[in-house]
Design a protein around this ligand. Sequence first.
Ligand SMILES: Cc1ncc(COP(=O)(O)O)c(C=O)c1O
Length: 407
Amino acid sequence: MFGINGNFLKLANNYLFATVNNKAKDYERANPDKKVIKLGIGDAVLPLAPAVVDAMVKASKEMGKAETFRGYPPYQGYDFLLEAIAENDYKVRGVDISKDEIFVSDGAKSDCSNILDLFSVDNRIAVQDPVYPVYVDSNVIEGRAGRARPNGSYNKVIYLPCVESNGFMPEFPERQPDIIYLNFPNNPTGAMADYDTLKRWVDYALDINAIILYDGAYEAFITEDKPRSIYEIPNAKKCAIEFRSFSKTAGFTGVRCAYTVIPKELRTSGVSLNDLWYRRQATKFNGVSYVVQRAAEAVYSPEGKRQTKESIDYYLENAKIIKQGLEEIGLKTYGGVNSPYIWVKTLDKFGSWEFFDYLLRKVQIVSTPGEGFGSCGKGFMRLSAFNFRENILEAVERLKKLKKIRR
Ligand SMILES: Cc1ncc(COP(=O)(O)O)c(C=O)c1O
């Protein structure tokens, strides 16, 4: 008789965004006359940059000719993309990352889950709370998280509270972790760490022989003078893996392309993590298509940079409009400056899911309940700036109608 991986049964809830989607769909089905504005899930709405589309068309045509057809791509990615990444995302910031330290993939979500193949099941993980749910759930599936508590947290996971009183910056935990997830700009709080904060974490990780899994999926939204890569911090190459994605940078959520950096210097007990990940990818992954890698390369062309920046600026302006609108009606907001997410303090009388239902029923706005990201998200909701300007403006007008609910 076959058995299943029993860890799946330990998953506390449905995947957060699936629940949010289902609730919105149920509401739309029951109220077909109402226009629902979705500020819940962070998914790009603007079309791909023309430079990216041109590159995809050109690459597709190459695939249609015998002389330029390509089969399986190299495991780590084509040289043209690896070189563009090394040059534009690292060298210009004074960081030396070589081609063989970069692994192109189909997404940061899969990478930050799959990377767990490299680590012992006994390792203790630490996550920011609130947290992008993928980190915790993928550890649950691997059997590293322990038992679910009634509030949805897990007994073996070390939670690092990110709350108003610490500016949403994690502090060192009492229990010592082996694997530390850091995500900046942060989803969901929108907080961005400064140099000193990241340096403290790098020094701490080196001190306790832990590894940092640094998720920089929203790096393109950084507007302040803050590190864009963990490797801007001295010695981070000895203790950190970095995940980046073209999803939010260039609207590739439907195209699928990302990359992970594993420096050669990252070793434990004499074993190179770069070698392990190469072995893992060669076994379980057959690479990203030529067309998509050419599309990603085009993001770094002069037109590609200008066009994708226009989209980022558009979303950041949306974030500013939402933030101002909410503050006008007296709600306290965070984030939205280095991030497409606004972290909003709900009113005392509402729990996060209650506030989600209230917004959906009263003004037909879909949000994401803060509690869905962890117990420290209680009393908050996340609004996403990934929508068209007209919808953002209408959402803000509708939210202003809620003035009445103020304390
Ligand atoms: C923090 C964070 N990391 C990773 C991802 C996933 O990125 P990708 O689309 O490359 O899988 C997301 C997507 O929302 C995210 O919020």
